[in-house]
Design a protein around this ligand. Structure first.
Ligand code: FEO
Length: 403
């Protein structure tokens, strides 16, 4: 009997991955894990929506066969081709060469290049429907949520949105998969990991996320269940994750939280001592602050704070007449993820020559942020300079609070 039944004859196959260290080869999931969800609808026609990662083949195909023999599948709907979902398509085709793959026209092109599959692939247009017998599916193209070929699938009989990457999150499933079964103490984990996933994977395309949500709203869809390809299934309160996505997408436009992300790096503790003074000043104003040592904390965990908070305080020393290199990396990643509309201040030890400030100014301009203030000290900060640092933090926090 399949573990997760969403509605009669609609199943979720959720494969946990606690082996992959880096999602997309970039983002750490060693501690959190990740799930790959696919969905099966058994009607007169039998449909699988999305697949799983290649190395999970045995587990995945066993789970499919718990529901129906693979040879009975009529369709595989590929909402998205990225190999965390599409990795098993070649094997699936070998097992059942007769099934038809349904996807967008762009995905059809990409199936040839990513998986060398050209036969028995049918492109579906935006809004097209598929009659399964008693149920009908409808397809909505959702380009760049997450790749250009992405779409979502809607079950019109059960009001289920199979949303693929949209509304998903990191975090292996810890038994319960439905939102109404998640324990109170697990919510913080799932919401935090949904935001981290959003910022790491989808946020750059926030404009397209908003467009996709608007398209579904304009189509008048009644959504009772959101069934994403990663993480939990929202059947009690699907509006919660939609609202969160709208809020997170709005951060790109400057509708951010009134907090400050402090990024710091320190070779011998001089800049760290100043960071503590600056943070003291920020906290005195009562502005929320999140502190990250960029040399020790993976950028994956830093990006959600940068995305969400209005202010960025950069504390980094000069290194070989430039900015400390790992700070350069984090600021560059922020640009790549289109983290916009930020107010910035910077402090740091200038060693003996200085040079970091010039590079900060270049990077801040490149990121289209606003540098509001800075100050530097030589080598080890004096008591007076630490007091000045506290005032510096206070002033920046007041600016953030009032803007
Ligand atoms: Fe979960 Fe973009 O793949």
């Amino acid at each position: 009997m399949p573990k997760y039944v969403i509605k009669p004859n609609v199943y979720c196959i959720s494969i946990n991955d606690r082996t992959t260290d880096l999602f997309e080869g970039l983002w750490p999931v060693t501690e959190e894990g990740v799930s790959y969800n696919s969905y099966m609808i058994v009607d007169e026609k039998k449909v699988l929506i999305d697949l799983s990662k290649a190395f999970k083949g045995d587990e995945f195909f066993d789970a499919v066969e718990e529901i129906i023999p693979i040879s009975e599948l009529d369709y595989v709907i590929m909402n998205h081709l990225e190999p965390d979902h599409g990795g098993l398509v070649t094997t699936m085709r070998r097992i059942n060469p007769n099934l038809t793959i349904l996807c967008t026209d762009k995905a059809k092109e990409m199936l040839a290049t990513f998986y060398n599959i050209t036969d028995n692939v049918q492109a579906v247009s935006d809004g097209e429907t598929l009659d399964l017998g008693t149920k009908t599916l409808q397809f909505f193209h959702a380009p760049f949520v997450h790749w250009p070929e992405t779409m979502v699938t809607y079950d019109t009989a059960d009001n289920i949105l199979f949303a693929c990457d949209a509304f998903g999150g990191y975090g292996a499933i810890r038994g319960a998969i439905f939102d109404d079964e998640i324990k109170e103490e697990e919510w913080e984990f799932y919401i935090r990991e949904s935001l981290r996933y959003y910022v790491n994977i989808v946020a750059k395309f926030s404009g397209q996320v908003n467009k996709a949500i608007k398209k579904l709203v304009d189509a008048g869809l009644k959504i009772d269940v959101i069934a994403p390809s990663h993480g939990i299934i929202w059947r009690k309160n699907p509006g919660q994750i939609i609202e969160l996505y709208q809020k997170w997408a709005g951060y790109m436009l400057g509708e951010t939280e009134p907090g400050i992300t402090v990024l710091y790096a320190s070779m011998y503790g001089n800049t760290e001592a100043m960071m503590n003074a600056v943070v003291q000043g920020i906290s005195e104003v009562g502005v929320p602050v999140e502190v990250f040592d960029v040399a020790r904390i993976n950028v994956s965990y830093i990006l959600p704070a940068l995305w969400s908070n209005k202010g960025i305080m950069i504390g980094a020393p000069t290194y070989e007449a430039g900015l400390f290199p790992l700070m350069v990396y984090v600021l560059d990643m922020a640009k790549r993820k289109r983290i916009l509309n930020k107010k910035v201040a910077r402090f740091g030890s200038k060693g003996w020559s200085g040079g970091a400030q010039k590079e900060v100014e270049e990077l801040v301009e490149r990121n289209r942020w606003e540098l509001t203030d800075y100050f530097e000290f030589t080598g080890h900060a004096t008591k007076e300079e630490l007091t000045k640092g506290e005032e510096f933090g206070k002033k920046f926090a007041q600016l953030i609070k009032s803007s």
